[in-house]
Design a binder for this molecule. Structure first.
Ligand SMILES: [Zn+2]
Length: 314
């Protein structure tokens, strides 16, 4: 009579142990080791007190990090922590050139100089204006001889030097209708121009393996380009830089939660991830307000991301 009972107890303990082991196995797995996934390298904005890296994302495809979107401060360290290899990266995309989206780009490039990359790295981003360099200017202002800040790495951009792989910058002049920027094997890149105050800015859609992954970048949400780009997105990463009720410069630069919710709903996105979280949107009270505002419009899965969080795209 005692055996079955103690046997049941033992089984229960074993099941519990297996569940714990299973959970830790899943935990220990690298992001995107099978299938597609987005890993948030930087979930913060420009502030350092948020204890987050600034904006940056990786798209993993069966264990390879193929796309980097933005490279804000702190993201190079997160890139290393993610286990990604620069030699795997097919393309680098910029939403715009504020420091919290581009400050670690030279660190990533210099790290890869020590790696085994040989093929060129295409770099796509917006054109310039009086406030911002174009993507080609940005890359050349960093690395070109004789005026680049880090001209000691001019071999990264000078076709006449053969010592390293090359950066290939491109200026993407997009409107509010999604523009095909690149088709490369199973990958297609689309961009729309978005409004981020006076700063040229793009939102990006990466299509891969039959899935659509969309990054809003920084935008105030004006116009319908972002909704068009995000149409039927399997994953939509939206920037939660301001709370509901923001006014003035904050509102001219960024979209409040209600605009994120309306965009996600109108575009029928399947999963919404919030990022670019700032002190003014962090904390349980503000986060609850954000969730409530979004829930008025969008009922699908919603996550507030942290650095290195991994979102499988199914
Ligand atoms: Zn930003």
């Amino acid at each position: 009579m005692r055996w079955p009972r103690s046997g049941a107890k033992t089984t229960a303990i074993l099941v519990a142990l297996l569940a714990v082991c299973g959970a830790s196995l899943v935990w220990a797995q690298a992001c995107g080791s099978t299938g597609l996934a987005v890993q948030v390298l930087g979930s913060g904005g420009p502030e350092l007190k948020d204890k987050r890296a600034s904006s940056s994302y990786l798209i993993w495809d069966n264990g390879h990090a193929r796309v980097i979107v933005d490279a804000g401060g702190g993201s190079a360290l997160r890139f290393g922590e993610s286990g990604a290899q620069m030699s795997d990266v097919d393309v680098m995309l910029f939403s715009h050139f504020h420091i919290d989206h581009s400050g670690d780009f030279p660190a990533l490039v210099f790290s890869s100089w020590f790696g085994n990359r040989t093929r060129p790295l295409p770099v796509y981003g917006p054109p310039g204006n009086e406030y911002m360099p174009s993507t080609t200017e940005f890359v050349h202002d960093l690395f070109s001889d004789p005026h680049g800040a880090w001209r000691y790495l001019s071999e990264m951009v000078d076709p006449g030097q053969t010592d390293s792989y090359k950066l290939q910058p491109h200026d993407v002049v997009a409107g509010s209708t999604p523009l095909v920027v690149l088709r490369n094997g199973d990958m297609a890149l689309y961009a729309v121009r978005v409004i981020h105050g006076a700063f040229p800015a793009l939102a990006w859609r990466v299509q891969m393996g039959g899935k659509r992954i969309v990054f809003s970048g920084d935008t105030n949400g004006d116009g319908d380009g972002l909704t068009q780009l995000a149409l039927n997105a399997d994953l939509f990463v939206a920037h939660n830089a301001v709370p509901e009720g923001a006014t003035g410069v904050e509102r001219r630069l960024h979209m409040p939660p209600s605009v994120i919710g309306v965009t996600a709903a109108n575009a029928h996105v399947r999963q919404l991830v919030l990022s670019h979280r700032m002190l003014r949107t962090l904390g349980s009270e503000k986060e609850n307000q954000t969730r409530e505002e979004i829930r008025l419009h969008y009922g699908g899965p919603l996550a507030l991301s942290n650095d290195l969080d991994c979102y499988p795209v199914r």
